[in-house]
Design a protein around this ligand. Structure first.
Ligand code: SAH
Ligand code: SF4
Length: 402
């Protein structure tokens, strides 16, 4: 979501004739897009702002914008108190209004824009935000507080955005939202929206992130089974393998329900790759709870997992960590090692199989299951091709274009 917001902000600058630079000395404006999902992210944002004091001193006419979730959480007053050299603070709830405050600061009227620029992933991939905020209440999570309740963009706006990005060169669209499959329009379901995006001419592959286990239905599984342009990949955060912890987290599903869903999705799309998120050291997590998380890694056959140490957020003080930092750290190490071993097994299962690969260069692309794929030659940038997988090395498959 933050990457997508950053791209929209960069586009607002481009419309005013600005170009992007990695060289701070050359910059006339700096935007720090902050995250606060874990304390570490917020701390990083704060120290980044601190480091910009030097830039502002050397270039007093330069404009410094602090935007996003940490800006929302801390508030304009606190940020400007601590960092008086900051020009503008735009919290995550007002991020779409960023252009308005830009106009106040930077003047000239916008040009229309025809280019799409992916700043973080492949140039073939474009993000399309379909919802903002979140209306669930997972106990550990600050997102609903800083981004507000779920708001769905209209089907028309989404299709227009996706079509414009395809026209500007995107081959793969990633629909974004915190509970992306909870999306619904005035007269449109999530699956109907997917069908409409899938029908856009020029689109080669559709992904979405992150779905929540509570919002899948049979129309979705039918669509997944019937349309190969819908990626054979899902990032489906589970958080824990223990029913007791899942309940405390208010995730709304049990381990068995989650695994049942995986079975159903894989029944519709054999070979579906699934990645996930885990939180380790949730308050009260026992060794037994942790063992259940470990065993879920294998049972879920996850291709990849992000593992996070539980980070207490300040407005949920009753949820302070109950484990010592070294104990959480030790569990994290074990979890990471288990994920790594399992990922290798899952990757090796692909050897001898055929993968649909969207090529970014002649020798590199991404499989439908989101695996990185290398070939010696014969890939065409921007085109899909079948690759017979011959081997796997670290996180990458290699093989031959058929
Ligand atoms: N909406 C997505 C998750 C968005 S937050 C979903 O519900 O699936 C991204 C990830 O950050 C989460 O999946 C979770 O694993 C992690 N996370 C969120 N809050 C956290 C916290 N307080 N401590 C540690 N990890 C956290
Ligand atoms: Fe946070 Fe995701 Fe839960 Fe929403 S669904 S509260 S974003 S973890």
């Amino acid at each position: 979501m933050n990457e997508a917001d950053s791209e929209n902000i960069a586009a607002a600058f481009r419309r005013r004739g600005y170009t992007l630079t990695e060289d701070l000395k050359k910059a006339d404006a700096v935007v720090v897009n902050t995250c606060t999902v874990r304390q570490r992210a917020e701390d990083k944002a704060i120290s980044q702002i601190g480091r910009l004091r030097k830039w502002k001193l050397a270039k007093p006419e330069g404009k410094l914008f602090i935007v996003g979730c940490a800006a929302q959480k801390l508030g304009e007053k606190e940020i400007k108190n601590r960092f008086p050299f900051v020009d503008e603070v735009v919290g995550a709830k007002a991020i779409e209004k960023f252009e308005d405050s830009l106009i106040a600061q930077l003047g000239p009227s916008p040009k229309s824009e025809t280019t799409h620029q992916n700043l973080f992933r492949s140039p073939l991939t474009a993000y399309v935000t379909i919802m903002r905020g979140c209306s669930l209440k997972c106990s550990y999570c600050i997102v609903p507080a800083v981004r507000g309740p779920a708001v769905f963009l209209s089907a028309e706006a989404i299709l227009e955005d996706a079509a414009a990005k395809i026209k500007a060169g995107a081959k793969e669209i990633v629909l974004l939202g915190q509970t992306v499959n909870a999306w619904r329009g005035a007269k449109t379901t999530f699956s109907e929206l997917l069908s409409k995006v899938l029908a856009l001419p020029g689109l080669q592959r559709l992904r979405f992130m992150s779905p929540h286990p509570l919002y899948f239905d049979d129309t979705f599984t039918a669509l997944l089974a019937g349309n190969k342009k819908l990626a054979r990949y899902m990032h489906l955060p589970v958080q824990s393998g223990s029913d007791r912890i899942l309940k405390l987290m208010r995730r709304g599903y049990t381990r068995a329900q989650y695994l049942g869903l995986l079975e159903k999705l894989r029944g519709a799309a054999p070979g579906l790759a699934v990645s996930t998120d885990f939180i380790v050291g949730y308050p009260g997590e026992t060794e037994e709870d942790f063992q259940e998380t470990l065993s879920l890694i294998e049972e879920g056959r996850f291709s990849m997992a992000y593992c996070f140490k539980y980070s207490p957020r300040s407005d949920m003080s009753e949820m302070a960590a109950t484990m010592s930092e070294p104990d959480i750290e030790a569990r994290l190490e074990i979890l990471l090692a288990a994920v790594k071993t399992n990922s290798r097994l899952v990757l090796n299962e692909r050897i001898g199989k055929i993968e649909e690969v969207l090529f970014e260069t002649e020798t590199y692309g991404r499989a439908s299951g989101n695996f990185a794929v290398r070939v010696k030659a014969r890939g065409t940038p921007g085109k899909m091709a079948e690759v017979l997988v011959a081997g796997a090395d670290k996180n990458t498959l290699n093989g031959k274009v058929l």
